[in-house]
Write a protein that binds this ligand. Structure first.
Ligand SMILES: NC(=O)c1ccc[n+]([C@@H]2O[C@H](COP(=O)([O-])OP(=O)(O)OC[C@H]3O[C@@H](n4cnc5c(N)ncnc54)[C@H](O)[C@@H]3O)[C@@H](O)[C@H]2O)c1
Length: 350
């Protein structure tokens, strides 16, 4: 039996809110859009949307009865909007980062537990087809135990992107907006993070927040990973460019993840697997073969919405709970905190 579509309101009709609205309109079998909240965006900028627009969350709740909302407003608003949902028993999908501070995340987790609402955090990349295929390969032992990983997220954001002031002040910045996806993906693929070291730089854009950062992550298994993130440098290496998940980004067919295992390696999202040509001969003096794995592709946002419907209608365990989102947040905030400690060694001059 098909499940009933969810009655959903979207809070924030900016860059990602539009994507959620588009997904809902595209998939009436999954959800019906019953309202949009945005204090700035005019309804007539959305000719395909027939649901009412509201300037604030209170008036939306007063006039329409969503059973769920998508929180796609700036990071610092995630906590208050989630708490409003909890007070009213409204389920929510909150965009990443789950909140912009650890204290806010704890408050959100406590409110969710008290209220019993269903929640999901918008780490949509966990639904990407190549990510799910990679998880299966890893679980099947195709590359052995993951020993190390190397990840790059590097692109140059246009100046107009920073017209939204929240993106360049505390609570914004590429660590919390972008690299948090990579931290979440590394947790998803390599396990729990137990130690973080980090550096960040403001040298290109001179904003309050970093424009460039690098991190070393150590996982419970002993695996170590490096992560480089910048929104001020041009490169073909982002998950978006490699996976074609976002039309805004061109498609480069380049992998930005290298997962290195005891028996082989995987490049992601252009799924390419490397193993010894002869099984059992895993050593640097023996030949390797690399093969492209291919496979189906689907829209990660539609898959996320379908999952949200099942979480609410059937009680499925969420792919990313608020607790899980909070752990990803904690590891990401730790990169910035470690950077502030300045514990590095300055090489002597000559
Ligand atoms: N999953 C992803 O890949 C992804 C991508 C981009 C952004 N995000 C996240 O989505 C959120 C929004 O990012 P964005 O890039 O769309 O930002 P944006 O600035 O483009 O849009 C935010 C919108 O929220 C509106 N807004 C401001 N105050 C509001 C309020 N009180 N109630 C409702 N709406 C309000 C703004 O007017 C604006 O239209 C952020 O948390 C961001 O980290 C996630």
């Amino acid at each position: 039996m098909p499940l009933l579509p969810l009655r959903v309101a979207v809070l924030g009709a900016g860059m990602i809110g539009r994507r959620h609205i588009g997904t809902i309109l595209q998939r009436p079998d999954l959800a019906e859009l019953v309202g949009v909240v945005d204090p700035v965006q005019p309804a007539d900028a959305f000719p395909d949307v027939h649901a009412p627009f509201f300037p604030d969350v209170q008036s939306m709740f007063g006039q329409c009865r969503p059973e769920a909302v998508v929180i796609a407003a700036p990071n610092n608003l995630h906590r208050p909007q989630a708490l409003q949902c909890c007070e009213r028993g409204v389920h929510f999908l909150v965009e990443k980062p789950v909140t912009s501070t650890w204290d806010d995340a704890v408050a959100m987790v406590q409110a969710v537990r008290r209220s019993g609402v269903h929640t999901l955090v918008g780490h949509h990349r966990r639904y990407l087809a190549p990510v799910q295929a990679a998880r299966k390969r890893i679980a099947d032992g195709a590359i052995g135990d993951i020993v190390a990983a190397s990840v790059v997220w590097a692109t140059k954001k246009p100046d107009a992107y920073f017209d939204s002031a929240w993106r360049k002040s505390a609570g914004g910045g590429p660590l919390l907006i972008n690299a948090i996806h990579e931290v979440d993906m590394l947790r998803h693929l390599c396990g729990e993070v137990v130690l973080v070291k980090g550096v960040k730089s403001h040298a290109r854009r001179h904003f309050e927040v970093e424009d460039t950062a690098a991190a070393l992550l150590v996982f419970e298994s002993g695996c170590v990973a490096t992560l480089v993130c910048t929104d001020a440098g041009l490169s073909p290496w982002t998950m978006e460019q490699g996976s074609q998940e976002n039309d805004l980004f061109g498609f480069t067919h380049e992998s930005s993840y290298r997962l290195i295992g005891s028996r082989g390696s995987l490049e992601l999202p252009v799924l390419r697997q490397w193993n010894a040509r002869v099984a059992g001969e895993e050593a640097w003096d023996r030949p390797l073969v690399g093969s492209y794995l291919g496979g189906d592709r689907w829209d990660a946002y539609e898959a996320q919405l379908a999952h949200f419907q099942r979480v609410i209608r059937l009680g499925d365990a969420p792919m990313v709970s608020v607790e899980d989102g909070a752990r990803t947040l904690a590891a990401t905030l730790a990169i910035a905190q470690a950077s502030d400690q300045e514990a590095g060694i300055r090489p002597p001059g000559v």
